[in-house]
Design a protein around this ligand. Structure first.
Ligand SMILES: [Ca+2]
Ligand SMILES: [Ca+2]
Ligand SMILES: [Ca+2]
Length: 676
C-alpha cells in the first residue's frame, strides 16, 4: 500500500499494488475510514469477504472490478461508503451470503450492477446508486430483502431486477432515467411489495412483473412505456398509485388473474388506455380510481373475463370510458361516474355484461353502446346529455330497466340492426331531442313496458322495419310525434289486415264506438278492430289484447280531424272476441276516469306486436238515466212479476221511482197487464 495525503481534500489515498490484490478480514472486524480514507483498487479487488460480522464504513473505494464482495460472508454491514469507477459490480454477495446491510452508500459509475446479490436477507437503505453500464440492483434467489429510501438512477438497463426472489420490499425509493424497466420482476418471484416509491423516465415500463402475490401501494409511476405491466402475474394489488404520461397504457394487465386496482389516479396514456386488461386475464377489480385524459379510452377489457369495475371516475377520453371487446364476459360495471367520453360504456363483441347505478353524461356518441353484445343488463343508470342514450346493434338478450335517460341530442334508447330479445322496462325516458325509444332495422322480439316516456322531441316509441314488439303499460305525454308510431311515420289508418311493410306488421288499432262510465267503477265499452267505419271487426285481429289508456294529445297526435293518444295513463286491458270485436263492462281499479275524459287504446297480438294508439273517444256517464230491474224477463199468462225502477242523476245519486211493481198478464182481461 502506498498512502498518499492530499492537503486540498484532507484525505489519505491508499492504492493497492500487485503485492496486495485484495484485503482479507478476520471475523468481527470493523474497518472505519473516518471519512478521510480513499482506497484506490488500481484495478484489483479491494474487500473480498469470507468472514462474518464485518463492518466497513466511512470509506471511499474506487478503481476496482468489485470493491466489496461477500463470499459466504454473513452479517456484513456497509455504511457510508462512496464506491465508484468499478469495472464490474459496486457491491457483490454470492449465493451463500446472508444478512448483508447497506446504509448510506453512494455507488456510481459502475461497470455492471451497482449491487449484485445472490444471498438472502438484504437491507439497502438511504443509498444512491447511479450511472452503471447495466443496472442499479440485481437480486437472484434472494429470500427477504428491503430496499428503503434509496435513489437509483441513470442506468443503461433496469433500476432493480429481481429474479427468483421472495419477500422483497421496495419502500420510499426514487428510481429514474433508465434504459429499460424501473423494476423488473421475473415469473419465479413472489411476495413483492413496492410502496411509497417513484419511478419515472424508464425507457420500458416503470414496473414490469410476472411474479405472484404483489402489492404496489402509494407509488408515482410516470413517463415510461407503462406505469405497471403485469404479465402472467397473479394475485396482485395496485392501490393509491398515480400513473401518468406513458407511451402505451398506464396499467397493462396481460394474462393475469386476481388483480385489484384501487384508489389510483391514471391519466395521459399517450397512445392507448388508462387501464388495458387483455390476453385472458380474469378476476380483475378496478375500483375507486380516477381515470382521465387517456389517448383512446379509460379502461379497455379485451378477451378477458370476470371483471368488476366500480366507483370510478372516468372522464375526458376521445373514445370510450369503458370498452369491452374480444368476447370479454362476466363484467360488472357499477356506481361509476363517466363523462366527457365518446361512448360512456361500449361493448363490442362481449357478453354477460351488467351495468348499473352508473352516471353517464356528456358523451359524444352513446351513453351505452352495444355492438354484437349478448346477455346484457343495463339498469338504474342515469344517462344524459349525449347523443343516443343506449344504442344496441346486432345484439340480443338485452334488459334495459329502471334507467333515467334524458336530455340526449338524439334518441333515448335505440335498438337496431337485428337486435332481438330485449326488454325496455320501467325506465324514465324524457326530454331527448329525437325519439324516446326506437326499434329499427329488423330489431324485434322485445317488450317496451312500464316506461315513462315524456317530452321527447320526436315519437315516443318508434317501430321501423321491425316487428313483434310489445308496447305495454307505458306512460306517454308531450312527445313531439305520436306516442307510438309504427312505420311509415304518422298515423297508419286501419286497413283491416296485417302488412309486412309496416312496423309491427301494421297492426290495426281499436275503434271504440262507445265508452260509458257506469256506477261501481264500471265502464261499458264497445268497438271493433278493422277499417274505420266498417262497424264490424276483422278476424285478423281476433282475440287480440286491448289496452285502454286515458289519452291526452299533445303535439303531433292529431290528423284528419282526430287525435290518436298519447296514452298518458294505463287503465286496464281485455281481449277482443274472435271477430275482433268487443262489447263489455269492465270494473276498473286503481284509476279514476273523470267524466268527459278521453280514452285511447292499443291492440297487441301475440307474435306480432302492438299497434299505434287508436282515435280518442270521450268517456261519458249516462246522464239522468232510468234502470229497470230485471231488465229482461220472460213471463207467461197468469204469472206475475215484481220489478224495480231506479232513477240516477249525473252525480251518481239514485231514487227508487217504482210505483206499481206487481203486474200480472190477465187472460180474462184480453192478455193485458193488470195490477194485483
Ligand atoms: Ca305527441
Ligand atoms: Ca305510423
Ligand atoms: Ca293494418
Amino acid at each position: 500500500m502506498d498512502p498518499g495525503y492530499d492537503p486540498a481534500t484532507g484525505k489519505w489515498t491508499i492504492t493497492l499494488t500487485g503485492d496486495l490484490t485484495w484485503i482479507s478480514l478476520e471475523s468481527n472486524t470493523t474497518v472505519d475510514g473516518g471519512g478521510v480514507i480513499i482506497i484506490d483498487g488500481s484495478n484489483f479487488y479491494i474487500f473480498s469477504i469470507t468472514a462474518e460480522n464485518i463492518t466497513i464504513k466511512n470509506l471511499e473505494l474506487k478503481n476496482s472490478p468489485i470493491p466489496v464482495g461477500f463470499y459466504d460472508g454473513d452479517n456484513g454491514t456497509l455504511e457510508n461508503l462512496l464506491i465508484h469507477d468499478t469495472s464490474n459490480y459496486g457491491i457483490y454477495g454470492d449465493g451463500n451470503t446472508e444478512d448483508l446491510e447497506i446504509y448510506g452508500c453512494i455507488i456510481h459509475s459502475i461497470g455492471s450492477w451497482g449491487i449484485d446479490y445472490w444471498g438472502s436477507d438484504l437491507i439497502v437503505e438511504d443509498s444512491n446508486i447511479s450511472f452503471s453500464s447495466v443496472g442499479g440492483i440485481y437480486l437472484q434467489n434472494t429470500v427477504k430483502a428491503e430496499i428503503r429510501d434509496t435513489v437509483i438512477h441513470n442506468h443503461n438497463l433496469q433500476g432493480i431486477d429481481l429474479n427468483n426472489v421472495a419477500h422483497i420490499s421496495i419502500v420510499g425509493c426514487r428510481i429514474y432515467q433508465l434504459g429499460s424497466a424501473g423494476i423488473d420482476v421475473d415469473s419465479s418471484s413472489q411476495d413483492i411489495r413496492i410502496m411509497g416509491s417513484e419511478v419515472y423516465h424508464a425507457t420500458s415500463h416503470c414496473i414490469i412483473m410476472s411474479s405472484q402475490n404483489n402489492f404496489i401501494d402509494d407509488c408515482t409511476l410516470t413517463f415510461a412505456t407503462s406505469g405497471i405491466h403485469l404479465l402472467n402475474s397473479n394475485n396482485s394489488t395496485i392501490q393509491a398509485c398515480v400513473l401518468y404520461n406513458h407511451s402505451d397504457s398506464c396499467i397493462l394487465v396481460d394474462a393475469s388473474t386476481d388483480i385489484n386496482i384501487e384508489g389510483c389516479e391514471i391519466y395521459y396514456a399517450e397512445s392507448n388506455y388508462g387501464i388495458h386488461v387483455t390476453l385472458g386475464s380474469s378476476q380483475i377489480l378496478i375500483r375507486d380510481c380516477s381515470i382521465h385524459h387517456n389517448n383512446i379510452s379509460g379502461i379497455s377489457i379485451d378477451a378477458s373475463t370476470n371483471v368488476n369495475i366500480s366507483d370510478n371516475r372516468i372522464y375526458s377520453h376521445p373514445f370510450d370510458g369503458v370498452s369491452l371487446v374480444g368476447n370479454s364476459n362476466s363484467i360488472s360495471i357499477y356506481r361509476n361516474i363517466i363523462y366527457d367520453c365518446g361512448n360512456g360504456i361500449a361493448c363490442n363483441v362481449a357478453h354477460d355484461i351488467s351495468a348499473w347505478d352508473n352516471e353517464i353524461y356528456l358523451f359524444t356518441w352513446n351513453g351505452i353502446s352495444l355492438i354484437q353484445a349478448n346477455s346484457i343488463e343495463v339498469f338504474s343508470n342515469k344517462i344524459y346529455h349525449g347523443l343516443d342514450g343506449v344504442a344496441a346493434r346486432q345484439s340480443n338478450s338485452i334488459n334495459i330497466s329502471l334507467n333515467h335517460i334524458y336530455g340526449n341530442m338524439k334518441r333515448g334508447v335505440c335498438l337496431s340492426q337485428s337486435s332481438t330479445n330485449f326488454l325496455v322496462m320501467n325506465n324514465t325516458i324524457e326530454d331527448n331531442s329525437w325519439c324516446g325509444v326506437v326499434l329499427e332495422d329488423g330489431s324485434g322480439d322485445g317488450v317496451v313496458g312500464g316506461n315513462t316516456i315524456l317530452n321527447n322531441g320526436g315519437i315516443g316509441v318508434n317501430v321501423t322495419s321491425s316487428s313483434n314488439i310489445t308496447i305495454t303499460q307505458n306512460l306517454f305525454g308531450g312527445n313531439g310525434g305520436l306516442g307510438i308510431d309504427l312505420s311509415p311515420q304518422g298515423v297508419n289508418l286501419n286497413d283491416g289486415i296485417l302488412d309486412v311493410t309496416q312496423g309491427n306488421r301494421g297492426i290495426d288499432y281499436p275503434i271504440i264506438t262507445n265508452v260509458t262510465l257506469m256506477p261501481g267503477n264500471t265502464i261499458h265499452i264497445e268497438g271493433y278492430i278493422n277499417t274505420e267505419g266498417a262497424g264490424v271487426g276483422s278476424p285478423a285481429f281476433g282475440n287480440a289484447k286491448i289496452e285502454l289508456y286515458l289519452a291526452n294529445p299533445g303535439s303531433g297526435d292529431c290528423s284528419g280531424g282526430k287525435c290518436y293518444g298519447e296514452g298518458v295513463s294505463y287503465i286496464t286491458s281485455f281481449n277482443a272476441d274472435a271477430n275482433g270485436e268487443f262489447n263489455l263492462n269492465i270494473v276498473v281499479t286503481g284509476v279514476t276516469i273523470p267524466n268527459g275524459s278521453y280514452i285511447s287504446a292499443t291492440v297487441t297480438l301475440n307474435g306480432i306486436g302492438t299497434s299505434e294508439f287508436g282515435p280518442n273517444i270521450r268517456a261519458m256517464t249516462i246522464a239522468s238515466r232510468i234502470e229497470i230491474t230485471p231488465e229482461n224477463e220472460t213471463i207467461f199468462s197468469g204469472e206475475y212479476i215484481s220489478y224495480q225502477v231506479t232513477a240516477y242523476d249525473d252525480f251518481g245519486n239514485s231514487w227508487d221511482i217504482t210505483q206499481k211493481s206487481n203486474l200480472t198478464i190477465d187472460p180474462s182481461a184480453g192478455g193485458r197487464w193488470v195490477s194485483n
